[in-house]
Design a protein around this ligand. Structure first.
Ligand code: SF4
Ligand code: SF4
Length: 147
């Protein structure tokens, strides 16, 4: 009798295991498959250029002022007249976004008068070093790897 009860318990346990193996997965086999995000998803920032390759950012500092996490640092200066960088005479010589501080609220994007700063769907933000989580201007002007 005890042996029969033991055998029934084992069969029940195996049936639970097999049921689990055949159930549809709720997880993704990342990185082979990535989940779809809503169009309004806010990931890593980028700094946009116009069709002539000029930077849209004019260094006005509005994004820096509006950021609730103090994650943005902008240093503006006059562009040399013989070498236009942005579409106006002013541009951001230095621009940083601290991805650790950022809460991805999107207020910088909303405040920007030139649509220069934009939040992209890129969300793979990881680094071995905290300093590498600060995106500088060069990085922000480069297209993100995953878009
Ligand atoms: S998304 Fe929000 S928290 Fe992040 S940099 Fe922009 S304003 Fe700051
Ligand atoms: S990204 Fe936009 S809001 Fe920020 S400094 Fe440049 S122009 Fe101004």
């Amino acid at each position: 009798m005890i042996m029969l009860e033991g055998a029934i318990a084992i069969v029940k346990e195996f049936s639970t295991v097999f049921k689990g193996l055949t159930m549809p997965r709720d997880t993704y086999p990342y990185p082979e498959k990535r989940r779809e995000y809503a169009p309004r998803f806010r990931g890593k920032h980028m700094l946009a250029k116009d069709t002539d390759g000029h930077e849209l950012c004019v260094g006005c500092g509005l994004c820096e002022a509006v950021c609730p996490a103090h994650a943005i640092r902008v240093v503006a200066q006059e562009a040399p007249s013989d070498k236009p960088v942005s579409w106006t005479s002013r541009y951001a010589v230095d621009f940083e976004v601290d991805m650790i501080r950022c809460i991805f609220c999107g207020m910088c994007e909303e405040a920007c008068p030139t649509n220069a700063i934009q939040l992209t769907p890129f969300n793979e933000l990881a680094a071995y070093n905290r300093l590498n989580m600060i995106a500088d201007k060069e990085e922000l002007l480069r297209p993100a790897r995953q878009r």
